[in-house]
Design a protein around this ligand. Structure first.
Ligand code: BG6
Length: 473
C-alpha cells in the first residue's frame, strides 16, 4: 500500500528562475532574460510589448536569479540532505546553442549540465530534465519569430540530439515543453511569440502549437533511439475546471475550458488532433499548415508518461456577475468553498485528487506531479529561519490527497516534485517575495541581499516525509 517503493520525491526548478549567470559560459541571450519585473511584465509576456534586449528603465530578475549557476553544489547538497530522489531542472537552450541556429553545440554549456547531473548522481538523485521551460534563444525570436516558424522544429531537434547523446546514462526522464498550454496565455514567455497590430493571434498560436507538438514527437523519437531506457513526458499546467453551479450551461462551459487544456495532451498522448479541436478550428477559420508525415509522427511517437503542475482547481461561471480571482496563468471565478493564497490562488487539495483521476482516466499512462506548492511571504528571523507552518499545511494536505488518489483510486504515480524547493524568482510576477522553498534565499524583489541559503521549518518536515515514503505527514 502507499506509494511505490521507487517513488521519486524531490523538487523542481527552471533555469531562468534559478541560474542567473545569463552571460557566462558562452550563454546567449534568451526571451526569458528580457522579461522585466514590474508593470510591463505582463504586456511583454503576452507578446503585446516588444522587449528584445535590456534597457535602463527596468529590473530583470533572471539575470542573476538566485545564482544557482555558481552555487549548484551547495544547493544540491541541501536537496540531498532532505533525501531527494529526484531533482527536476531545465536546460537553458541558449547555454547549449547560444543563438539557436548553430551547427555545433557550445561545449561549456554542455559541461555545465553534465557537472550538475554528476553532482546529483553523487547523492543518488535522479535528474528529471525539462528540455524547454519557457526559454528560447533570443536570436530565434528576432530572426525567426519564435515558434510561429516551422524551422524551430529543426533547431529543437538539434538541441535534443546534443543533449540526449551527451547525457546518455546520466539522465533518463525528460519533459519536452514545460506547461505547453501556457502558449495560449503568455505567448512570448511560452513560445517567443509577439504580435503585430491587427494580427489574428489565435491563428499564430495554434500554428506555433502545431510546431511544438511535432517537435515533442520528434524529441520522443530521438530519445528512444538514443537510449531505449529514456522516458519522455509531456507537461501540462493542470487543474480541473469546476462548473460554478449545476446549471448545464456552466457544466458545458467547464467541460470546454478543460478541453482547452487537454487538447495538448490529447495530441501528445493519443497521437492525433481531437475532433472537438478540428471543429473549433473550422468554426474560427483557423487554418493550420501541416506537412506530409506530420500525422504519422504524432501518431507514432506519443509520450511515455504524463506530467503536470497543480496549484489550484478553477471554476467557470456563465453568469458574468460572478467575481473573478487570480490563479496560475488561467483566471477563474471565486470558489466560495475555498481559501486562497496571498496571491489569490485558491487552495484545493481535493482538487489534486480529482485532477489526477481525470487525467489518469483519460490517458491511462503513469502520471508524474512535477510542480505543486504554496507561494507565500516568509518572514525570517535573524538567522534566516522561517517557521512556515502554512507551507507544511498546504503540502501535507496535497500529499494526502495524492496518496488517496494512489491508494483508494489506483492511479499510477511515478513521483512528486514540489515547486521551488529553494526560493526562486516567480514566473508570473518576477518577484522574490513569492517564496515556495524549504530553503530561504536572502534576496529581495530589487535584487538586494547576500544570496545566503538557510533552512526553514519545512526543510526537516519534508525530509521526514521522504524518509517515511509519505507515511508521516
Ligand atoms: C508554473 C511554472 O506556472 O508555476 C513555473 O511552470 C512557475 O515556472 C510556477 O514558477 C509558480 O508560479 P509563480 O508565478 O508563483 O512563480
Amino acid at each position: 500500500m502507499g506509494f511505490r517503493e521507487d517513488f521519486l520525491w524531490g523538487g523542481a526548478t527552471a533555469a531562468n528562475q534559478t541560474e542567473g549567470g545569463y552571460n557566462e559560459g558562452g550563454r546567449g541571450l534568451a526571451n526569458v532574460d528580457v522579461i522585466p519585473h514590474g508593470e510591463d511584465r505582463f504586456p511583454v509576456m503576452k507578446g503585446h510589448m516588444k522587449m528584445f534586449d535590456f534597457d535602463e528603465d527596468h529590473f530583470y530578475p533572471a539575470k542573476e536569479a538566485i545564482d544557482h549557476y555558481h552555487r549548484y553544489e551547495e544547493d544540491i547538497a541541501l536537496f540531498a540532505e532532505m533525501g531527494f530522489k529526484t531533482y527536476r531542472l531545465s536546460i537553458a537552450w541558449s547555454r547549449i546553442f547560444p543563438k539557436g541556429d548553430e551547427a555545433e553545440p557550445n561545449e561549456e554549456g554542455l559541461k555545465f549540465y553534465e557537472n550538475i547531473f554528476k553532482e546529483c548522481k553523487k547523492y543518488g538523485i535522479e535528474p528529471l530534465v525539462t528540455i524547454t521551460h519557457f526559454d528560447i534563444p533570443m536570436h530565434l525570436v528576432k530572426e525567426y519569430g519564435g515558434w510561429r516558424n516551422r524551422k524551430m522544429i529543426g533547431f529543437y531537434e538539434n538541441l535534443c540530439n546534443a543533449i540526449f547523446r551527451r547525457y546518455k546514462g546520466l539522465v533518463k526522464y525528460w519533459l519536452t515543453f514545460n506547461e505547453i498550454n501556457v502558449i495560449m496565455h503568455l505567448p512570448f514567455m511560452g513560445a517567443g511569440l509577439y504580435f503585430e497590430e491587427g494580427e489574428n493571434e489565435e491563428q499564430v498560436q495554434y500554428q506555433a502549437i502545431h510546431h511544438e507538438l511535432i517537435a515533442s514527437a520528434v524529441a520522443t523519437k530521438i530519445a528512444h533511439e538514443v537510449d531505449p531506457e529514456n522516458q519522455v513526458g509531456c507537461m501540462l499546467a493542470a487543474g480541473k475546471f469546476y462548473p460554478y453551479t449545476p446549471n448545464p450551461k456552466d457544466v458545458l462551459a467547464a467541460q470546454q475550458a478543460d478541453r482547452e487544456n487537454y487538447f495538448f495532451i490529447d495530441v501528445q498522448s493519443r497521437g492525433e488532433y481531437p475532433a472537438y479541436a478540428l471543429k473549433k478550428f473550422e468554426r474560427k477559420g483557423i487554418d493550420i499548415q501541416m506537412e506530409e508525415g506530420d500525422s504519422e509522427l504524432l501518431k507514432q511517437y506519443t509520450v511515455d508518461f504524463i506530467s503536470f503542475s497543480y496549484y489550484s482547481s478553477r471554476v467557470v461561471a456563465t453568469d458574468p456577475e460572478v467575481d473573478e480571482v487570480g490563479g496560475n496563468i488561467m483566471s477563474s471565478v471565486k470558489n466560495p468553498y475555498l481559501e486562497a493564497s496571498e496571491w489569490g490562488w485558491q487552495i484545493d487539495p481535493l482538487g489534486l485528487r480529482i485532477t489526477m483521476n481525470e487525467i489518469y482516466d483519460r490517458y491511462q499512462k503513469p502520471l508524474f506531479i512535477v510542480e505543486n506548492g504554496l507561494g507565500a511571504v516568509d518572514t525570517p528571523d535573524e538567522n534566516g529561519y522561517v517557521a512556515d507552518d502554512y507551507r507544511i499545511d498546504y503540502l501535507a494536505q496535497h500529499i494526502q490527497a495524492m496518496k488517496d488518489a494512489v491508494e483508494i483510486d489506483g492511479v499510477d504515480l511515478l513521483g512528486y516534485t514540489t515547486w521551488g524547493p529553494i526560493d526562486i524568482v516567480s514566473a508570473s510576477t518576477g518577484e522574490m517575495k513569492k517564496r515556495y522553498g524549504f530553503i530561504y534565499v536572502d534576496r529581495d524583489n530589487e535584487g538586494n541581499g547576500t544570496l545566503k541559503r538557510s533552512k526553514k521549518k519545512s526543510f526537516d518536515w519534508y525530509k521526514k516525509v521522504i524518509a517515511t515514503n509519505g507515511e508521516d505527514l
